[in-house]
Design a protein around this ligand. Structure first.
Ligand code: CIR
Length: 264
């Protein structure tokens, strides 16, 4: 079983010039658009190198954070669920994604409840379950609505918690294979990964916990040598991509794509 990390497709969206107005928890500098574009191109090259088809969407100036497409949808083999982002400036991004999902999927559903908020960055799909971290962007109503929407697709939803001060659940963890999760110690300490094998990111390298397993590659942000060495030792094939500019906006490897194998 490997449906949780073997994918035929990905969707990305080009960063827009308005990215300088993107949301951030702490101001650590203005993102450089041309460097971000170069990193983004490297990221797409890495996805394509695994044989996947990558749909590259045009930049959306009206939505500064729209390069972070992961937050707009949950894509499973059976269908896609359009999210309802908890950041008011990002709500409209979900509607922008809907037609692209409908072009690839026969079954597209949507979080619709007025009080429901949920962002894809809070969702980690494994072979056996969908973990959703409650966070400043994802509330209990959003998680309950998601659970009802996917009830007939066979994977149960389990509500967990994103650590305080951390943007998304997957800011602090990634799926490495069907049984293994890369995690910060602070997140794994909550006990949410019981039953999985956990590899901790190295001390001081917490920012690389947001990596992705995409087909045969683990794509991780550049500049985290201790964690990279540990993952190579564990047998994973690594590819590094620069993330300095997205990191200024609390974004990482998972945020930059939707990854899926649609059943049409
Ligand atoms: C935001 O605050 O919404 C963006 N600046 C970053 C979103 C990162 N997305 C993700 O982790 N899935």
């Amino acid at each position: 079983m490997s449906a949780s990390y073997r994918f035929t497709h990905a969707i990305t969206r080009a960063p827009s010039a308005s990215i300088v107005q993107g949301l951030r928890a702490v101001d650590i500098g203005v993102p450089d658009l041309s460097l971000m574009q170069a990193h983004h191109a490297d990221y797409i090259t890495a996805l394509r190198s695994t044989g996947a088809q990558v749909v590259e969407l045009d930049a959306l100036d009206a939505f500064p954070d729209s390069v972070f497409v992961e937050d707009t949808a949950l894509c499973l083999p059976q269908g896609a669920i359009v999210m309802r982002p908890g950041a008011p400036s990002r709500l409209g991004e979900a509607a922008e994604m809907t037609p692209h999902l409908k072009a690839l999927y026969g079954d597209v559903r949507a979080i619709a409840g007025g009080q429901s908020f949920i962002e894809g960055g809070d969702i980690l799909t494994t072979e056996t379950e969908i973990l959703v971290g409650r966070s400043a962007r994802t509330n209990a109503a959003g998680i309950a609505e998601l659970a009802a929407l996917v009830a007939d697709w066979g994977l149960p939803v389990r509500e967990v918690f994103t650590p305080p001060g951390v943007l998304h659940f997957k800011t602090d963890c990634s799926l490495l294979d069907g049984e293994t999760i890369l995690s910060t110690e602070r997140l794994a300490a909550s006990g949410c990964f019981e039953g999985y094998r956990v590899i901790h990111v190295a001390q001081g390298e917490e920012a690389c916990a947001n990596s992705i397993r995409f087909n045969d590659l683990v794509i991780m942000p550049a500049g985290f040598p201790k964690t990279r060495a540990a993952l190579e030792k564990a047998g994973y094939r690594l590819r590094e991509v620069g993330n300095s500019e997205c990191a200024k906006l609390d974004g990482g490897m998972s945020c930059l794509s939707l990854r899926f194998t649609p059943k049409v």
